[in-house]
Design a protein around this ligand. Sequence first.
Ligand code: C2E
Ligand code: CA
Ligand code: CA
Ligand code: CA
Length: 275
Amino acid sequence: AKSMGSNQVCFYDQSMDQVARERSALAMDMRTGFDRGEFELYFQKQNNTMTGEVIGFEVLLRWRHPRRGMVSPVEFIPIAERTGFIMDLGDWVLRQACAEAVQWRNPLRIAVNVAPKQLANANLPQRIREILAETGLAPERLELEITESGIIADQQHALSIIRQLKALGVKIAMDDYGTGYSSLSTLQLFPFDKIKIDRGFIDSVVESRQSAAIVRSTLILAQSLDIPVLAEGVESAEHLRFLQDEGCEQVQGYFYGRPAPISDLQDVVNPVVDA
Ligand code: C2E
Ligand code: CA
Ligand code: CA
Ligand code: CA
């Protein structure tokens, strides 16, 4: 414990040590856990706002830790980014997701999250080309979700990689729209195929006039740029109604379904069709 002057004593140092220890324990477990097959893909539906029809899935990584139980990607992705393990992990997610989707009778699109470090790597387009060739997935069925933090460090480099990816035929979505610094200029500069409005705005869209205004103006802007918008975090009929009224084309959220293993979604990916 360190003295903070007057009578205060602070135990932060000790607890910070604990957090750091916890993090390095997770970092070490990650490689062995990966080798032991503890990582799994979950899939969350994306729906047409007007018809409710499933139009694709976002792929979300899960870690089934033998002692800790399910570890959230909110915890382990930042650690994987710091240690560099995200490169192997991200590569595995892409390959697994494409290998899974190619087996479906219903040729739905899959959206895969790409971490800033992956996007910064000049080999990403080549790697994706290989994965598409190995798995046989049609390029237009793969959408890569990138965040603003992935493109601000070196915009020109990011733009060049994104252009190469688009030349392969894959789609690019801007994730977490509205949470970055320069969302407007980013939209102008990068050839996005989709904008995903961050769920923080949808969460408060019914109560907060401010959130409603941000969502509305994003929809107007996207419309004028001719880019489809997906709203994340749609949890209720009220959320859905608002987005229907405002002309948002696509939604994703607990209202239509939580992320789930693909075995739970067979009715969607392999529907039984009447002869
Ligand atoms: P994200 O890319 O913004 O993913 C959406 C998150 O919102 C997911 O959390 C999803 O489960 C959650 N979500 C979806 N609908 C709702 C809803 O209606 N209400 C609420 N409250 N939440 C909803 P999840 O699966 O815990 O993932 C968290 C983050 O971890 C992701 O945020 C993404 O940044 C990262 N992540 C997950 N999988 C991967 C991956 O394979 N690669 C990378 N680089 N990052 C990943
Ligand atoms: Ca995402
Ligand atoms: Ca998001
Ligand atoms: Ca997010």
